[in-house]
Design a protein around this ligand. Structure first.
Ligand SMILES: NC(=O)c1ccc[n+]([C@@H]2O[C@H](COP(=O)([O-])OP(=O)(O)OC[C@H]3O[C@@H](n4cnc5c(N)ncnc54)[C@H](O)[C@@H]3O)[C@@H](O)[C@H]2O)c1
Length: 369
């Protein structure tokens, strides 16, 4: 395939990240088809035209079905709110398009199942926006685990904290509506689960708890009830007897993107935090106790694919670079080559885990996934 035509639906926070990824993937990696930014869709013609001009898309529409039907579009980026993913992704797959859909798949498990079924039936490539697994640091951690650097893993703990909803006066949005899902559980906990799936495997059973720090939030017509839970906790039983724990909050003042991963083994520990995602910290229990301590390894050209972005060590990558790596993984899969990505089947396993955690929180006991 010499070139590939892109349709982008949604141009908010993630829509811009996808647009930047589609723009950067060829210059960064060099080995992809030429990317044609064909059609962009937003809620109004006016906004779509404005964004198409900014993002360099040839045409604009307010009708996502027209975007999907467009013969110039080979792959569809879906970056709309969660309740819209299923209908858009299934329609795109049925129209023979490849799909790059933001996480989570859908608030309802039945919709996620239909998305995975549509992907299987279409024979097209469908992946999800689990960008954190694309980090050179995570690839490096995978290598450390494979090499047995920290011995046999016995415990993984992942925390994901941000504060963009910490203010009780933060206005009500789709994120606080029940139609968006459970809240922090499917908005955030899916990311730790994507890291755990990539590094250690899928949980067999789970225990969970969810909580709602604020009962209502300001809205144009007064105050509106918060229907989702902004805090969630889960315990996991992982393959090989590994104990897992996930803590997530959208209301953690001071935490901006604290996706902190700790993996403990029989010989040492690996620690990583997305707020400092160009660093991996490794502790190995060897040598004189007086000399033992964490080593901080700065990601650089030796940690692939850092070198594709910049040849100089110490200059550091950023969040949008993860989206470029993810975009390249999608293009490799479309070309029939292997690449690390969470496809709709793996994504469905994550969604099943999320619903099992929610059920465990309701019934107050461990639930099989
Ligand atoms: N991968 C990540 O790290 C990450 C981070 C944030 C959000 N997300 C996910 O990205 C998705 C979008 O979140 P966001 O923060 O970008 O939201 P957002 O509100 O900033 O953007 C959503 C955009 O979709 C547009 N939109 C809504 N309905 C539409 C329609 N029918 N047709 C065309 N456009 C429509 C809105 O106008 C808006 O511009 C969610 O699924 C969210 O979970 C992923």
């Amino acid at each position: 395939m010499a070139s590939i035509g892109v349709g982008l639906i949604g141009t908010g926070y993630m829509g811009k990240c996808h647009a930047l990824a589609w723009t950067g993937v060829k210059p960064v990696f060099g080995d992809t088809p030429d990317v044609r930014r064909a059609v962009l869709c937003e809620v109004t013609e006016e906004l779509a035209q404005k964004r198409a001009g900014e993002f360099g898309f040839a045409r604009a529409t307010a009708d996502w079905r027209a975007l999907i039907a467009d013969p110039q579009v080979d792959v569809v980026s879906i970056t709309t709110p969660n309740p819209l993913h299923a209908e858009m992704a299934i329609a795109a797959l049925q129209a023979g398009k490849h799909v790059w859909c933001e996480k989570p798949m859908a608030p309802r498990l039945g919709d996620a199942e239909r998305m995975a079924e549509a992907a299987r039936a279409s024979g097209r490539i469908a992946i999800l926006g689990y960008n954190y697994i694309q980090s050179p640091a995570v690839r490096y951690i995978r290598g450390l685990l494979d090499d047995g650097t920290i011995g046999a893993v016995n415990h993984v703990r992942v925390e994901m904290d941000e504060d963009f909803m910490a203010d009780p006066e933060q206005p009500h949005s789709w994120r606080s509506e029940a139609s968006a899902g459970y809240g922090a559980l499917d908005d955030f906990a899916v990311h730790p689960l994507s890291l755990i799936a990539t590094l250690l495997g899928r949980p067999a059973s789970v225990f969970g708890e969810m909580s709602k720090p604020y009962a209502d939030r300001p809205h144009a017509d007064g105050r509106r009830a918060v229907e989702t839970s902004d805090i969630a906790t889960a315990l996991l039983r992982l393959p090989g007897g590994i104990a897992g724990a996930i803590h997530v909050s959208r209301c953690a003042w001071g935490r901006k993107s604290r996706l902190q991963l700790q993996i403990f083994g029989s010989r040492g520990t690996i620690a990583f935090d997305q707020e400092r995602f160009n660093e991996v910290r490794v502790y190995v229990a060897q040598g004189r106790p007086a000399d033992q301590g964490f080593r901080t390894i700065l990601m650089g050209p030796a940690h692939k694919p850092y070198d594709r972005f910049i040849v100089a060590p110490g200059h550091q990558m950023g969040f949008n670079d993860l989206k470029i790596i993810e975009c390249r993984a999608l293009l490799r899969r479309i070309a029939g080559e292997p690449a690390v990505a969470i496809d709709f089947d793996e994504g469905l396993a994550i969604e099943r885990t999320i619903h099992a955690i929610a059920q465990a929180s309701r019934v107050g006991r461990w639930v099989e996934v």
